[in-house]
Design a protein around this ligand. Structure first.
Ligand code: ADP
Length: 358
């Protein structure tokens, strides 16, 4: 089966065609459409999908990365009108992420013939979080009525690397306690016990937790009230500050890219060094918390652009953690696309029909 995997962000669309046959998995096509909606790029996600489909050739099924599935979906599902309605409903919870996912589904559905579409949700891996983990300390009505809770994101990545880590440890997933660190532009840490997620640093939105490329991570909500009162900032301005101008970029005043910061810090840039210090400290703090939650860990697993490629950052985060006890350190390149393709093939197996882009 040839599965087209679509992974849409607000201004980019990453795609792959993966062939899964008799236990063999092969990437046939891989590409990205950038600058959607900007000069020089396609006008919208519809045009971006058209571009991707031209490169993709024939496909039997499409797997969509969908960021938010609310509380309803615990695993990948074939998209029908009900699933489409839930994805649309979740746009209110993930206004930056679900709309491009939905746009790409609608475009690929219209442009391809009778091909099954499957949604693989970033939130699904966290359906195992217990209420005392996912609830905030707000009046319970705000959960019951407004659905305010920790949802968690990057679930497909944490699911992939935790399963792979168990393989590398030579154990069944049920026997492993793992702390998985996805450190890319977006960053999160997850506690995985016996193959099930028990806690994760991203929360109601993908802003909570670690310091990220441009997102601030944990912050006292009192800061929001203060900025609105003392600086007269609007809700949109505070949101933009926390999501696009904070994190490594805001702290360093230079870049959201760890490569630039490591280079600048080595050349004596004090702000770049400070940004790295804050980043590593926050990650260490979460690892310590999840060590306590799990009662120890067999391995700390790193993935994502920083986690996979920056040994000095891994080293800084791990400094002193050997005092907690014994654990392995694993670096596992994430592969969300492969997991989306596998899920898609599993969901549609036996039902796919081949079609061309129209
Ligand atoms: P995203 O979360 O957008 O998928 P990535 O996982 O690619 O992003 O992570 C981006 C971060 O990873 C940047 O801070 C970048 O510096 C770092 N990074 C990515 N690739 C490399 C590499 N080959 N060597 C060093 N650092 C890298």
């Amino acid at each position: 089966m040839r599965v087209l995997v679509l992974n849409a962000g607000s201004s980019s669309l990453k795609y792959q065609v993966i062939r899964l046959e008799g236990g063999r998995e092969e990437v046939l096509v891989k590409g990205a459409v950038e600058r959607i909606g900007s000069p020089g790029g396609p006008a919208d996600h519809w045009a971006a999908v058209r571009e991707a489909l031209e490169k993709a050739g024939e496909v039997d099924a499409v797997g969509h990365r969908v960021v938010h599935g609310g509380e309803k979906y615990r695993e990948a599902v074939r998209i029908d009108t009900e699933v489409e309605r839930v994805i649309e409903e979740c746009c209110a919870l993930a206004p930056l992420h679900n709309p491009p996912n939905l746009a790409c589904y609608r475009a690929s559905k219209a442009l391809l013939g009778d091909v099954p579409h499957v949604a693989v949700f970033d939130t699904a891996f966290f359906h195992t979080l217990a209420p005392h983990v996912f609830l905030y300390g707000l009046p319970l009505e705000y959960y019951e009525r407004d659905h305010i809770r920790r949802y968690g994101f990057h679930g497909t990545s944490h699911r992939y690397v935790s399963a792979r880590a168990a393989e590398l440890l030579g154990r069944a997933p049920e026997e492993c306690r793992l702390i998985t660190c996805h450190l890319g532009n977006g960053c999160s840490i997850c506690a995985v016990d016996g193959g099930r997620a028990v806690d994760v640093s991203l929360g109601f939105t993908p802003v909570e937790g670690l310091v990220m490329g441009t997102r601030c991570g944990d912050i006292d909500p009192g800061v929001v009230f203060h900025l609105m009162r003392a600086r007269g900032m609007s809700v949109d301005e505070v949101e933009e500050l926390f999501i696009r101008r904070s994190g490594l970029l805001g702290l360093s005043g230079r870049s959201n890219d760890m490569r630039d910061l490591v280079q600048a810090a080595a050349a004596g840039d004090a702000r770049a060094r400070l940004a790295i210090d804050v980043f590593c400290y926050r990650a260490k703090k979460y690892i310590g918390a999840y060590w306590a939650v799990l009662g120890g860990a067999d391995a700390i697993v790193f993935t994502g652009g920083i986690g996979e490629n920056r040994p000095e950052i891994r080293g800084r985060i791990l400094e002193g953690l050997d005092r907690l006890g014994r654990f392995e350190v694993l670096v596992v390149p994430t592969n969300e696309e492969l997991l989306i393709a596998r899920d898609t093939a599993r969901v549609v197996s036996g039902t796919g029909t081949t079609s061309r882009a129209r």
